[in-house]
Design a protein around this ligand. Structure first.
Ligand code: PBG
Length: 426
């Protein structure tokens, strides 16, 4: 067998063309599937590569078996001839550039490129946001093709089951609350029998080993559609809102949440939530703080999904100005000091510089949220055949990792994990 290796790997080109290698650059799947047959293990893939290699002929035109037989008989191949492959008609005759550095040398073959790849991504890095509602049916979300408001009893469990099958074990819940339960103070947010706590209990009962993240903010429960309580002059009240958020976080922790994620951008909420959790004995419940959440137009499709558009005004008095960079450092320092376990940047791709800024200024894990508008743009351009949806999806996620994100909240989580596992995504 070893003698086959002494030939230049002519099979490389052929392997490149094979479809299951389209995403080899993203690293192999580390999913540990519960149901064996659907997910192909890395080992299986290696052996099919060997089969493919066996079907390939050496540059000399002989089969691998013939080459092996030669080697066994003591006839070893001559060094490859020093012929220069022909350039096309019209190629200028030039003297080679006198340069020492040719970075392309490290990109010349798939094996070298794989060896020097700096960033990888695995299903373990992905968190899947799930929209839930009280209904029994799954309702498609118009502005987010492929996403549904899932019935909390059935559709949700099915989606979680499928995601786990491809190695996604982390989920974040976003509820659509009936208008009748909304109020100006958002009290439904801490109803222990509300949609979110009920759903957490169901999920943790059925899948005890998954990680359940929750959203801490009043907007799904606010009749004003704001993340906090709105005073009559339109001001979003900070400390009173934080009081409500603490009750919300404790209620979620009581239901079994692993990580509570304040996305509201009130000042001082991380420290207050930490104290409230600890006072109730929830020392092990983590806080993922939306540290740098920008007042972004990329949230449009999400607000449609949850029917959570602010009834008036915008969110600019609490979410950050998209023009600001340094300000993210103030938020980082505050969240770290107040006891956050994970720092989140949102949106994702248009804010790669902020992800890198946090990565370089904190030792905490960094999360990036590839938000609804980013998702929908890729889906729409893909549907119009303007881009290759799957490739752009994988590249966008890799870029978020490269910028410094440990985990990525993305509506593509299941689709991307499917690709990473070497399965077809559609
Ligand atoms: C609000 C919240 C929003 C998102 C997550 N939590 C929207 C907003 O701030 O209005 C947006 C997520 C997305 O667009 O995918 N607490």
């Amino acid at each position: 067998m070893a003698s086959a290796v002494s030939f230049p790997p002519a099979n490389v080109q052929m392997l490149q063309g094979r479809s299951c290698h389209g995403h080899a650059a993203f690293g192999s799947c580390s999913a540990v599937p519960r149901t064996g047959p659907r997910v192909r293990s890395t080992a299986v893939r290696v052996s099919s590569e060997q089969e493919a290699a066996a079907a390939v002929r050496a540059p000399s035109g002989r089969s691998i078996e013939e080459c092996e037989a030669d080697a066994v008989a003591g006839r070893f191949p001559a060094p490859p001839p020093l012929v220069r492959p022909k350039a096309p008609e019209g190629t200028p005759q030039i003297r080679p550039l006198d340069i020492e550095k040719r970075p392309r040398r490290n990109r010349k073959s798939p094996a070298l490129r794989a060896a020097f790849q700096e960033t990888t991504i695995s299903p373990a890095n992905l968190v899947l946001p799930l929209f839930i509602h009280e209904g029994e049916e799954d309702a498609p979300i118009g502005a987010m093709p492929g996403c549904f408001r899932l019935g909390w009893r059935h559709g949700l469990l099915d989606e979680v089951y499928k995601a786990r099958d491809v190695g996604v074990n982390s989920f974040v819940l976003f509820p659509k609350i009936p208008d009748a339960l909304k109020s100006q103070s958002g009290d439904e947010a801490y109803n222990d029998n509300g949609l979110v706590p009920r759903t957490i209990r169901l999920l943790k009962d059925k899948f005890p080993d998954i990680v359940v993240y929750t959203d801490v903010a009043l907007d799904p429960y606010s009749s004003d559609g704001h993340d906090g309580i709105v005073r009559e002059d339109g001001v979003i009240m900070n400390d009173e809102t934080v009081y409500q958020l603490c009750k919300q976080a404790v209620s979620q922790a009581r239901a079994g949440a692993d990580v509570v994620s304040p996305s509201d951008m009130m000042d001082g909420r991380v420290g207050a939530i930490r104290a409230a959790l600890d006072a109730e004995g929830f020392h092990d419940v983590s806080i993922m703080s939306y540290t740098a959440k920008y007042a972004s137009s990329f949230y449009g499709p999400f607000r449609e999904a949850l029917d959570s558009n602010p009834r008036f005004g915008d969110k600019k008095t609490y979410q950050m100005n998209p023009a600001n960079y340094r300000e993210a450092l103030l938020e980082t320092a505050a969240d770290e000091a107040e006891g956050a376990d994970i720092l989140l940047v949102k949106p994702g791709l248009p804010y790669l510089d902020i992800i890198r800024l946090l990565r370089d200024n904190s030792a905490l894990p960094i999360a990036a949220y590839q938000v609804s508008g980013e998702y929908s743009m890729i889906k729409a351009a893909g549907a119009l055949k303007m881009i290759d949806e799957e490739k752009v999806m994988m590249e966008s996620l890799m870029c978020l990792r490269r910028a410094g994100a440990d985990i990525i909240l993305t509506y593509f989580a299941r689709q991307a994990a499917t690709v990473l596992c070497g399965m077809r995504s559609k």
